[in-house]
Design a binder for this molecule. Structure first.
Ligand SMILES: [Zn+2]
Ligand SMILES: [Zn+2]
Length: 394
């Protein structure tokens, strides 16, 4: 059966831009789309333009007073004192830019367009690399995220009767999505991230397991700094297949932030392209196993946008297409960017095994991660929506 996958893209997505000094640089999208095109992986029938979300869509998850504040700040191009204080707009992480409301609506619309496409049966797999803004909260911007595209799309899917499994492998905890569905037994959230002891946003402990009916439906696997591929893959395998088998989702929504890469400047995990390729393949398999192929994937974090992001998300799109890429980064892509890149660009799509020396505490780190994953799984019998168990959560 053909999957008929869709790639969401429009150059207008590049308007979401916090300025040249900010790590969330739209170049990350541009470099990715160029690499995908240079591989000739984007046939016209695969390309889908994002439809901007409407205000009624974002009001499914965001408070009106917050949305009004985003609009006002975006019209003026500057934040008031209240915006900073109450909404975290105009901070170092979330600077205000002109038309930010419209730019964020388009980005949310990309993921929502993907969800609708899957619901209509027109596509099984959809990728929105511009999406994945997992930190945005009900009434607050956070971590470069103004509106939460994932939560809007998940709410829409939920209203159409879908049981949603959300899987987040960004180096940062998927807190915004988790809190927005914390009480909900129809939305399972699983986040793998660097432990909040050392990294923004500080949450995502194993003890955050959901509340009321949602108790047992929030799963967190905080990882040690310097976690490498083998350990990441091991804990992913310990947790994801079994939890999905219990939950029996109708659709997988996944966030593929690649800021856990060894090269990433903002986090301290040490995985390589091998982890990202592995996770993409497994989620692809699992979407067919449990969800008749329904799989909505997004980008997310990733701040080494020259060396990491384009290769990881191009490989993700190739996986979605069921294609295996040749080993080399396209020569045309290298020719275009070699001169302007501040760093020397990798010439292979996959990192070499000796990308860096083994971390000195590799064994201890792996053992600690293994124990974390085992603890998480020992509790998963609670995931039954059982009212008696649910009452324990209060
Ligand atoms: Zn497929
Ligand atoms: Zn991140």
């Amino acid at each position: 059966m053909s999957d008929n996958p869709k790639f969401i893209y429009s150059p207008d997505l590049l308007i979401y831009n916090f300025g040249p000094q900010h790590p969330f640089n739209p170049l990350r999208l541009k470099l990715t789309i160029d690499m995908i095109n240079d591989f000739k992986l984007l046939a016209p029938e695969n390309l889908l333009e994002p439809q901007a979300a409407g205000e009624q869509d974002i009001l499914l998850v965001h408070d009106r007073h917050y949305v009004e504040a985003v609009k006002r700040a975006g019209e003026k191009g500057e934040a008031s004192e209240e915006d900073v204080q109450y909404y975290e707009l105009g901070t170092e992480d979330n600077p205000v830019f002109v038309n930010m409301h419209a730019a964020a609506l388009l980005l949310v619309g990309g993921t929502l367009t993907g969800a609708k496409q899957i619901l209509s049966g027109k596509a099984d797999h959809v990728l929105n690399v511009a999406g994945g803004l997992h930190h945005a909260q009900r009434a607050k911007a956070s971590g470069f995220c103004i509106y939460n595209d994932l939560a809007v799309a998940i709410t829409h899917l939920r209203h159409q009767g879908m049981r949603v499994a959300y899987i987040d492998i960004d180096a940062h905890h998927g807190d915004g999505v988790q809190w927005l569905f914390y009480d909900d037994s129809e939305v399972l959230t699983i986040s793998f991230h660097e432990t909040g002891k050392f990294l923004f946003p500080g949450t995502g402990t194993i003890y955050e397991r959901g509340s009321r009916n949602g108790f047992g439906y929030s799963v967190n696997v905080p990882l040690e700094p310097f976690t490498e591929d083998d350990s990441f893959i091991e804990v992913f395998e310990t947790v994801v297949p079994e939890v999905l088998a219990k939950f029996q989702p109708d659709i997988i929504v996944s966030q593929h932030g690649c800021d856990g890469h060894e090269y990433d400047p903002l986090a301290h995990l040490s995985v390589t392209t091998r982890t990202y390729g592995y996770v993409a393949k497994r989620l692809h398999d699992l979407s067919h196993k449990y969800c008749s192929g329904r799989w909505l994937a997004t980008g997310g974090g990733g701040y080494d946008f020259w060396r990491v992001v384009p290769r990881v998300w191009t490989a993700l799109w190739a996986e979605i297409l069921g294609r295996k890429l040749a080993g080399d980064v396209p020569g045309s892509w290298l020719a275009r960017y070699r001169e302007v890149a501040p760093k020397s660009l990798p010439e292979q799509m996959e990192d070499p095994e000796d990308l860096f020396l083994p971390k000195p505490r590799r064994v201890e780190i792996s053992e600690k991660n293994r124990l974390t994953a085992e603890k998480v799984m020992n509790w998963q019998f609670l995931m039954k929506g059982d009212p008696q168990q649910a009452s324990l959560a209060k």
